[in-house]
Write a protein that binds this ligand. Sequence first.
Ligand SMILES: C[S@@+](CC[C@H](N)C(=O)[O-])C[C@H]1O[C@@H](n2cnc3c(N)ncnc32)[C@H](O)[C@@H]1O
Length: 223
Amino acid sequence: MQFDQFAGNYKQLLDRTIALSGETSEYFAEYKARYLAHVLPHDFSGKVLDFGCGVGLLSRFLKQHLPAARVDGFDVSRDSINRVDLALSTQGLFTSDMDLLARNYDLIVVANVMHHIPATQREMIVQDLASRLAPRGKLAIFEHNPANPVTRWTVDRCPFDKDVVLLARSEISQYVEKAQLRLIRRDYIVFMPRILSWLRLLEPWLAWLPLGAQYALIGEKHA
Ligand SMILES: C[S@@+](CC[C@H](N)C(=O)[O-])C[C@H]1O[C@@H](n2cnc3c(N)ncnc32)[C@H](O)[C@@H]1O
């Protein structure tokens, strides 16, 4: 709900905060959607939940890169949900009411949301999301990497990241494993700023290097 106050200019605030990278918020959102499209089967046509979808920036790219999927979104910020594009809200459910969400998602995406959730609630939320997965469904969590100094510098200057505490990858791994999901991917992502974009082809080979600006972690439910 804290995000209601940022819903109207979320993208502009984010673009300003990440300007040093030379990229816009769209670049980072599309990066995650591309990453997931690469990990999932080519003909993926399942049900996706963008948990903590905000105004739907990532949801839009999820729909674009997984065109046969249905994309739902959930966010505690009603003002953000009210700003989701009609093109998205007519193909899926975008809501602030958890009770309306399904219990058979093939993919649940949680992008840069966990650090906004109080530490005492994180494990419970991961458990709840795991319970909403279909058999072999996947939970994909993206987070800022606290080991990257540029990421920490950026988060310190972000108006909607005031007082947040970033999560080490090991903390999320623990929640995922406690929720009985099998960890199938743990990758560091987003290494090169725009000025070094010619080196981005190398990024998939750097997934082991704990210097990416963000990390991705995917857990899979048993069959
Ligand atoms: C930094 S924004 C990320 C938005 C989007 N996932 C993206 O990648 O652009 C964090 C979002 O998490 C939402 N949020 C915070 N706490 C939440 C919770 N307990 N459950 C669901 N969403 C939450 C906020 O309202 C906000 O929209």
